[in-house]
Design a protein around this ligand. Structure first.
Ligand code: ZN
Length: 254
């Protein structure tokens, strides 16, 4: 039994270990990218059919323009799509394979084209770094860890309690929507992407400052975006640290 688990672990590590583009971080992914992208396309179609696509021609054109510019420097040959959806939430997302949605509710905070580029490049960064797939690999390993734990603990009278503890710890540490690690990685990749696409990366800091002050002012409709995208001093401080690198790309284009 143990040998089988060891072999399986070895196979996971050999097959699944890849690196994140632009950061080179090693991570484990157990799914196939083509399948992830197909799933992304299916969910996107479903989501769009249930959503109200914005009739605002100016902002729709802006979303598509910014999206195309970022896609062009992403290094990913996806079947990209960009849509502006009528939704009061301050939110945006990008599914596997480059399927992007921006909600009209975030436009009061993006304010400018570069502000919009900040949001879209951050979301696109999550997709090209395949954060969703990494999260699901972690989930698989967690389940697998529980299976091993279950086997070794089978005679322990506190087995249920111990497994519950492992499960809770795993969920808190690993599986919550976009961990801190993924958020800061998307911030970093997003900052470089927007700069390469010709947007001043200084604008990213201004955007996150606007989000931070909106959060402290407790305005309605912001909670979802902020719960998965915490605006804090650390995020802005990290962005400032990466600014010189991003500015090199931006200044080269001028
Ligand atoms: Zn994010």
């Amino acid at each position: 039994m143990k040998i089988r688990y060891c072999l399986l672990t070895l196979v996971f590590l050999i097959v699944g270990c890849t690196t994140v583009p632009m950061t080179g971080r090693h991570r484990l992914i157990l799914s196939d990218e083509a399948q992830e992208n197909a799933a992304g396309a299916t969910s996107y179609g479903q989501y769009l059919s249930e959503s109200k696509i914005s009739k605002d021609k100016t902002n729709t054109a802006l979303v598509k323009k910014v999206g195309k510019k970022i896609a062009a420097v992403s290094g990913c040959d996806y079947d990209w799509e960009f849509n502006l959806l009528e939704n009061s939430e301050a939110n945006a997302w990008c599914l596997s394979g480059g399927k992007v949605a921006v909600y009209t509710g975030i436009l009061p905070y993006t304010k400018t084209e570069a502000g919009l580029a900040t949001v879209m490049s951050h979301e696109i960064a999550h997709a090209i770094a395949r954060h969703g797939a990494e999260r699901s690999a972690q989930n698989t390993l967690l389940q697998y860890g529980l299976a091993i734990g279950g086997a070794t603990l089978s005679n322990n009278p506190n087995r249920e309690l111990i497994l519950l503890g492992v499960n809770v710890a795993g969920n808190v540490g690993v599986i919550l929507p976009y961990s801190r690690k993924h958020e800061s990685e998307a911030d970093y990749i997003g900052l470089l992407l927007m700069a390469k696409a010709g947007y001043d990366p200084n604008e990213a800091i201004k955007f996150w400052q606007r989000m931070a002050s909106a959060a402290s002012g407790s305005q309605g409709g912001l909670s979802d975006f902020l719960s998965t995208h915490p605006s804090d001093e650390k995020r802005i401080k990290d962005l400032r640290e990466h600014l010189p690198e991003a500015l090199q790309y931006y200044n080269k284009l001028k």
